[in-house]
Design a protein. Sequence first.
Length: 247
Amino acid sequence: MSGHSKWAGIKHKKAVVDARKGQTFTKVASEITVAAREAGGDPVGNFRLRLAIQKAREVNMPADNIERAIKRGTGELQGAAIEEIRYEGYGPGGAAILVDVLTDNRNRTVAGLRNIFTRAGGSLGEANSVAWMFKRTGVIIVDPKGSDSEQLALEAIELGADDVQVEGELVEVYVAPEQLETVRQALIDGQHQVERADVTMQPTTTVEVDDKHAGAVVRLLEALEEHDDVREVHCNAILPDDGMAEV
């Protein structure tokens, strides 16, 4: 079990709450549309689409909305062309940040992101300026519900997990992307409560952010996640516990 960015733990802890109060139908529908366009409208053979539909159900999106989003992706319904773009930048204290967006207006999106970075004392970077510090990884968030977190971690390793982190009340299970569905289903079959499963970008190189910059980094990350076009934010910052009190 290795050390990792505390931002991963922070955002996963609030993921379920965000899914209920902050994540909009528009964001989820865009993810469904892009997933269907990428690999077809059948979730049985399209893992990304299955994950997107799970997110839609977490925010109580009506089945009709889900179906329309799938049909826009497969071309059965007309809709705005949605681009999937990754932006890279630096935050206060030298934190490296990846921002994955789904947008129908590239100019609007990049202008909005640049403004958010600038106001926070950061900056957008060129392509591949920070992406090399991250690797594509599957992550499963499990609520042990009072059971032994360490025992759960050992069980996850036996199921094929590459790494496990115990973050407060939650357990983060990291797996190869192609093993995500297998391990997720095995945990569910083992009567564990899986809160969330997704493919993310895990930092391989981290930077320790001091107390002076910690609050500003988290405010920047939260502002990025609140942007209508942003799908996911990844950061390699190690944040001090005492600095988090100022957020």
